[in-house]
Design a protein around this ligand. Structure first.
Ligand code: 13P
Length: 291
């Protein structure tokens, strides 16, 4: 039960009105920390990498470590490729053993987004038990190499969303609803809850088929998260908070122990900090004890 695609754990989450945490990692210590936190919480988990760390660490290396850790874990774990704008790299990661792939052609025009998303769906499904995520509209902010100016950000149109899902065959769907990558500049970001609810009603009103993804988890107030889950959000992506935690924990440790030269202790400090953050997210998403 340990190696799964994203759709199967999200289907259960959407039906049970909780969400699965999807945590972006940039190194292997983070991957271990995220998995350990989810095991402690007995929660289903999505570990994700954007394209830059996937290429830097090597997709085969990432998959090998994911498989080793997930195969012996008592919880279901998915390995997801996040925001990939390159169809060929989506195919390579499908071949390597990622179990969920996000083709992000949301900056292309609508027809081109459909064409590329469909191509990845067909390929990933031919390779094996891999689910595919695509985005409609644009989530503002910065993620990996993709920068989107806020005024460019366009929200997903619910009717078009239904047509998009139908024509592409995507397994899970990320509509732009006003959440943003990075740190929110205001305490009360403008998020269109009703839009997510409407899309969920159209796609999943007569039984969950295409679970929904919420991007831009970092900094979302807790009441927003609960309401987004009510509206159908079944996967929450969290990246910036983990990057900040990694860097802050490293800095704090080294600043306090400037004379010490023991890298393993820095890794332990980072792991403890990441485990804490991930554990809190899992509690907030309601996925504690759901594995
Ligand atoms: P944050 O960096 O805002 O947490 O967003 C993460 C994300 O949506 C990755 O796809």
């Amino acid at each position: 039960m340990s190696i799964v695609n994203a759709r199967e754990i999200m289907l259960e989450a959407a039906q049970g009105k909780y969400a699965v945490g999807a945590f972006n990692i940039t190194n292997l210590i983070q991957m271990e920390a995220v998995i350990e936190a989810a095991i402690e919480k007995k929660a289903p988990l999505i570990v994700q990498t954007s394209v830059k760390p996937s290429k830097f660490l090597g997709r085969q290396v990432l998959v090998a470590i994911y498989r080793t850790l997930a195969e012996s874990a008592p919880i279901p774990i998915c390995l997801h490729l996040d925001h990939c704008t390159d169809v060929d790299y989506c195919k390579q990661c499908s071949d390597a053993g990622y179990t969920n792939i996000m083709i992000d052609a949301s900056k292309q025009n609508y027809e081109e987004n459909i064409r590329q998303s469909k191509q990845v769906v067909e390929y990933a499904h031919s390779v094996g038990d891999i689910s595919v995520e695509a985005e409609l509209g644009t989530v503002s902010g910065v993620e990996d190499q993709i920068k989107v100016a806020e005024d460019e950000a366009a929200l997903a149109n619910p009717v078009q969303a239904a047509e998009f899902v139908e024509r592409t065959g995507v397994d899970i769907f990320a509509p732009a609803i006003g959440t943003a990558h990075g740190v929110y500049k205001t305490k009360n970001p403008k998020v269109d809850f009703e839009r997510l609810g409407k899309i969920n009603q159209i796609l999943n009103g007569s039984g969950v088929k295409t679970p929904l993804v919420v991007h831009g988890g970092t900094g979302l107030p807790e009441d927003y998260i609960k309401r987004l889950i009510e509206m159908g959000g079944a996967k929450f992506n969290v990246s910036t908070e983990l990057k900040h935690t990694l860097i802050d924990a490293t800095y704090d440790y080294i600043s306090g122990k400037r004379e010490e030269y023991d890298p393993g202790k820095i890794d332990i400090a980072v792991k403890d900090a990441i485990r804490g953050v991930v554990g809190r997210w899992i509690d907030t998403l309601g996925s504690t004890g759901k594995a």
